[in-house]
Design a protein around this ligand. Structure first.
Ligand SMILES: Cc1cc2nc3c(=O)[nH]c(=O)nc-3n(C[C@H](O)[C@H](O)[C@H](O)COP(=O)(O)OP(=O)(O)OC[C@H]3O[C@@H](n4cnc5c(N)ncnc54)[C@H](O)[C@@H]3O)c2cc1C
Length: 429
């Protein structure tokens, strides 16, 4: 009997890997410890409402994510809008012009930047284009901006919010090379690559729910509430403990912090585990607020200040009057009690919207290990491991070429899952 490939972990990387293999006629068994698929991008029930564990944002450059969603017939659950940045003293809208004019005119016409800021931004982008977005050596994003004489006002209003949102890492410790990769694929890409994609269904409704049906229709199995505790090698391949499952190929698609326990019986994985033990983590806080009537948003996402200030998202798709406030990366906000956060955010919202309707309820969700800290010169493992038949997938795996690496995002997770499936197919030939 042909064995099914085991995929351990049903986040977006595991789902993408499973869908890709099943689509090629290779059946899989997907093991997920939780009651539902989705991992760090999933639905959470809140007093009868389906909210997200954390507000997410996608962009037009997420090619593999969009391809996966198209395969699962769910792209219509996204609202696509040309990029606009609305902050209290700053507004930038990308123009409907071919690249790079969309950015040039967007900057030229932006409110809240001085002429010297606009020139400095254009010079910086031209310089990055000239060096093909490849740095000789990695450094922090703040050092890269300082070396390129970027004014403080421009950094606070434009570069810092982009870097912190994309890398979920403070500017002083963020990898300048990965920041350049993001700029290359978004601002310096085609106009539609910068489009913002807002989910108009909860996160599980985007991919996880339809993936289960897709996989089951293709002779694959999804086992929920099925935690795999350890992997051991056998003559024929691998044995998955607890699940009591044996197979020749295993994809580990869990959060990297789970790997040391799972791989403790496989000494060949020591070098991979050493890389992962050097990772540190960054949190993301989402504060959900349900108002009695919808707030009037000029754009679905508004910045409430400079640098790493919160962003507020309109989520009337969940329930009229619902908003999500997101704060990326570490900061003093994490030490505040929920009541204090609520009062602080109500003030910030009142500054933007004027008198607010009644707040019906609120809820804070902090994901402490939302992403790894994307620091300079990170060493990350690839999909293949030193053990034949054992693969890794997840937002943390990387290509050997650092100019290809993406920060920990949905797109990085999906790309990793798809690439892992391709490597398995090619290795089995
Ligand atoms: C609050 C928040 C906001 C974010 N915002 C954005 C955003 O705006 N845009 C963006 O692109 N990205 C964002 N991200 C990042 C994005 O969500 C992640 O990069 C992506 O979801 C990671 O997917 P993954 O499949 O690699 O890992 P995970 O989602 O961690 O999936 C791993 C899965 O493995 C399962 N598992 C673990 N151990 C076991 C075991 N022993 N046996 C079986 N299963 C196991 C877990 O339950 C989980 O389902 C955000 C993340 C968070 C937390």
């Amino acid at each position: 009997m042909k064995q099914r490939i085991a995929i351990v972990g049903g986040g977006w990387a595991g789902i993408a890997c499973a869908v890709e293999l099943a689509d090629q006629g290779v059946p899989v068994t997907l093991f997920e410890a939780a009651q539902q698929l989705g991992g760090r991008a999933r639905r959470v029930e809140w007093e009868g409402l389906a909210i997200d564990n954390g507000q997410h944002l996608m962009i037009g450059a997420y090619r593999e994510t969009l391809r996966l969603m198209a395969r699962l017939d769910s792209t219509q659950k996204l609202e696509r809008r040309p990029l606009e940045l609305h902050m209290p003293d700053f507004h930038l809208r990308l123009r409907n012009l071919p690249a790079p004019l969309h950015l040039a005119f967007g900057l030229l016409l932006a409110n809240g930047l001085r002429p010297s800021d606009k020139l400095a931004a254009a010079r910086f982008m031209r310089h990055l284009q000239h060096i093909d977005f490849r740095l000789d050596s990695d450094l922090s994003a703040s050092n890269l901006l300082a070396l390129n004489k970027q004014p403080a006002n421009l950094i606070a209003k434009f570069w810092a919010p982009i870097c912190i949102a994309a890398l979920n890492t403070p500017l002083d410790s963020a990898s300048a090379q990965v920041f350049c990769n993001v700029l290359r694929d978004s601002l310096a890409g085609a106009r539609t690559d910068c489009d913002l994609l807002f989910n108009r269904a909860d996160l599980s409704g985007l991919v996880a729910d339809s993936a289960i049906t897709f996989l089951r229709q293709r002779k694959s199995e999804v086992r929920l509430a099925s935690k795999v505790n350890r992997i051991s090698s056998t003559e024929a391949g691998f044995h998955l403990s607890e699940a009591d499952f044996s197979t020749s190929h295993v994809v580990l698609a869990t959060h990297p912090a789970r790997l040391p326990a799972m791989l403790s019986d496989l000494p060949e994985m020591a070098s991979t585990l050493r890389l992962i033990s050097a990772f540190t983590w960054q949190p993301i806080l989402t504060f959900w607020m349900h108002f009695s009537v919808p707030l009037k948003f000029p754009f679905p996402m508004l910045g409430l200040g400079d640098s790493n200030a919160p962003w507020v998202f309109e989520r009337n798709d969940i329930a009229p009057g619902m908003v999500a406030i997101v704060v990326s990366a570490e900061g003093p906000h994490l030490r505040l009690p929920a009541e204090q956060l609520r009062d602080d955010y109500l003030h910030l919202l009142a500054d933007q919207f004027g008198a607010l309707p009644e707040l019906l309820k609120s809820k804070v969700i902090i994901e402490k290990r939302a992403t790894y800290a994307c620091i300079p010169n990170m060493q990350r493992p690839g999909n293949r491991t030193p053990i034949k038949g054992l693969y890794l997938a997840g937002d943390y795996t990387a290509d050997a070429d650092s100019t290809h690496t993406y920060p920990a995002t949905l797109e990085a997770a999906v790309r990793s899952g798809v690439e892992c499936a391709r490597q398995i197919t090619s290795d089995r030939k």
